[in-house]
Design a protein around this ligand. Structure first.
Ligand SMILES: [Cu+2]
Length: 349
């Protein structure tokens, strides 16, 4: 007699494959990936991570158990003799069959209830920071870069930067999130969950990093053609390093030192100043990233190019070739003008 289903061995194998994916070296490889949420480096992540693993493992266990029961049921099915057409099979009604339903519903409800309570407890813990944050940073999502403004009651202490966020370690930092044009979503996976940046609304979240490091972030709400190239870096540093960085950001960059650099500043103001701002100069545009201390950044174009002279030149020569659709058109510059602008930008420490 033919076996009713040939896939009976399948579910078990699939279950083991899932377990292997979760526990094997693959998870260690994830730990080395820049955008990984399977390791935690901050207070929010510490609460969320056990829940992520817990729910994953429980879900896999449920699938495996059910698969085994289904497979067992199929195998143990008593052999049926071929019935003449039209004759019905006698159905045996054993009262004990119903018990399985009660046991199954009971166990499932307990497991689900446990997961709900655990999730609520984690949500309660990550909703608000353990202590009142001393620092508030406003992050505005633009198509396709991040504006970062350090807020303060004292207007002289406010400054703006882009795509790289510095925070001190060991204390919670408040983030106010806004969308400039469409909905974006702010996510630094190793430190905490996602929060949307919505036009006309200010969402709040907080993050606290345990130890100094550079953590990759990414927009996680589809926001147009260059959504995938809307990254950022969060740089967590010791409170001393952070204070020094902040004090430096509040300064205007030094004046150009050479004639060529002065010409670069003039060309910059004429060709780029409508969109970009540089502290202490006439360039005060708000359409693109603030470039006051550009050379302090590790990356340009929202985390996608290293900030080195060759890539800076590549970007300024043809931004559309690197990020097609980006809101910086190809500048119309002579080779001399471009070289002078780059030599000036390289002084912006
Ligand atoms: Cu996006």
């Amino acid at each position: 007699m033919r076996k009713p289903f040939a896939i009976a061995a399948g579910p078990k194998a699939v279950g083991w494959a899932c377990l292997c994916v979760v526990f094997s070296p693959v998870s260690r490889a994830f730990a080395a990936a820049p955008l990984n949420y399977l390791t935690s480096a901050g207070v929010q992540g510490d609460s969320v991570l056990p829940l992520t693993w817990g729910v994953t493992i429980i879900s896999i266990a449920v699938i495996v158990i059910i698969a085994i029961l289904v497979a067992g049921g199929i195998w143990r099915r008593p052999g049926l003799s071929v019935q003449p057409a039209g004759r019905r099979l006698p159905v045996e009604e054993k009262a004990s069959g119903l018990n399985w339903i009660w046991i199954g519903v009971g166990i499932s409800s307990l497991v689900l209830l446990f997961m709900v309570v655990w999730t609520m407890a984690v949500l309660a813990r990550v909703t608000s920071p353990p202590t009142r944050p001393a620092l508030t940073i406003e992050v505005t999502g633009h198509q396709w870069w991040w504006q970062v403004r350090y807020l303060s009651r004292d207007p002289a202490q406010i400054f703006t930067t882009a795509n790289e966020i510095h925070i001190p370690v060991g204390e919670p930092v408040r983030f106010k999130l806004v969308g400039a044009d469409v909905i974006h979503s702010f996510w630094i996976p190793q430190l905490g969950g996602k929060t949307d940046a919505i036009p006309g609304q200010t969402n709040e979240t907080w993050l606290e990093a345990h130890k100094p490091g550079i953590y990759r972030g990414q927009c996680t709400e589809y926001c147009g053609v260059q959504h995938a190239k809307m990254g950022m870096l969060l740089i967590a540093e010791s409170p001393g390093d952070f204070a020094a960085w902040r004090a430096h950001q509040l300064q205007s960059p030094a004046h150009p030192a050479t004639g060529g650099q002065w010409a670069g500043l003039a060309n910059f103001t004429a060709h780029c100043g409508a969109c970009h701002a540089i502290r202490g100069t006439d360039a005060a545009g708000m359409v693109g990233p603030d470039l006051s201390h550009l050379m302090q950044r590790h990356t340009i174009a929202a985390g996608i190019l290293p900030n080195d002279p060759a890539d800076l030149e590549r970007w300024i020569s043809d931004p559309q070739g690197i990020k097609p659709g980006a809101l910086m058109q190809k500048p119309e510059l002579s080779a001399n003008e471009r070289a002078s602008i780059i030599s000036y930008l390289e002084t912006l420490n």
